[in-house]
Design a protein around this ligand. Sequence first.
Ligand SMILES: [Mg+2]
Length: 270
Amino acid sequence: MHCSQRIMMILLFLCSFLSACTSIVTTENNLGLLWRQASGEYRAVCLQTYKQALEAVRQYDPASASKPPAIVADLDETVLDNGRFHAYSRISGRPFSQERWDEWVRESVDPTRAYRVGAVPGAVDFINAVLGMEKGITMVYVSNRNDYQLEDSQKALRLIGVRNVEQAVFLLKSPGMKTKQSRYREVASRYEIIAMLGDSLGDFMGEIDPATGESEEVTGDNPERYQARWGNQWFMIPNPVYGSWTQPFAGENAAKDFFLTQCAEKCLNH
Ligand SMILES: [Mg+2]
């Protein structure tokens, strides 16, 4: 093979490689959505997580408690499945906005609509089983839905089949709130938290610093620090579509070349 042919082959290889990388990057989030919405693996992981959580709750002995027991759960993508909202966003090409999200929260609880809010696999059976155990456990939903969305959030839970919604505690987001940590500390002061469930690291309450009374945020830098809690008190539902894990790639970092470099660096360093 002549030198010029060799160079041409190398260029062709590089072009096809770069084109493959570009398509991976541009479809990455769609692949995440497809995996969550259409794969049996996603459903199996959710069922596995909820089964393990139920086993942990079964082990709990209320006689040993000094405070009433509670389970803290996030709502979106932990109990409530909003996949149809995200799928429609992709199809219509309309990006996420607070206005569109509010519209979805309002309208997705209409039982006559074709596209309604759904249930994360295993969630409804888990909650109803916990309530049926007669251990006096309170479900506390700590969500970054806005506090004006309380009624629709309760409707959504009823729609997917959760029982005793009126007896649950809802701590939604008020103006000015950034993380969930202050709400978690409020729950911890009133209840013994026997399990936490979420789809994002921000759904879990880290160690409370006795000097400041502040709880550590669980982030991408420190999940290993809490190894003893995962699978025992903390239960994670996978969410490859959105969440705090995407923040390093958001905003101005979303530019394709930067994203590609970040992906490559992350992969190399893990
Ligand atoms: Mg969530």
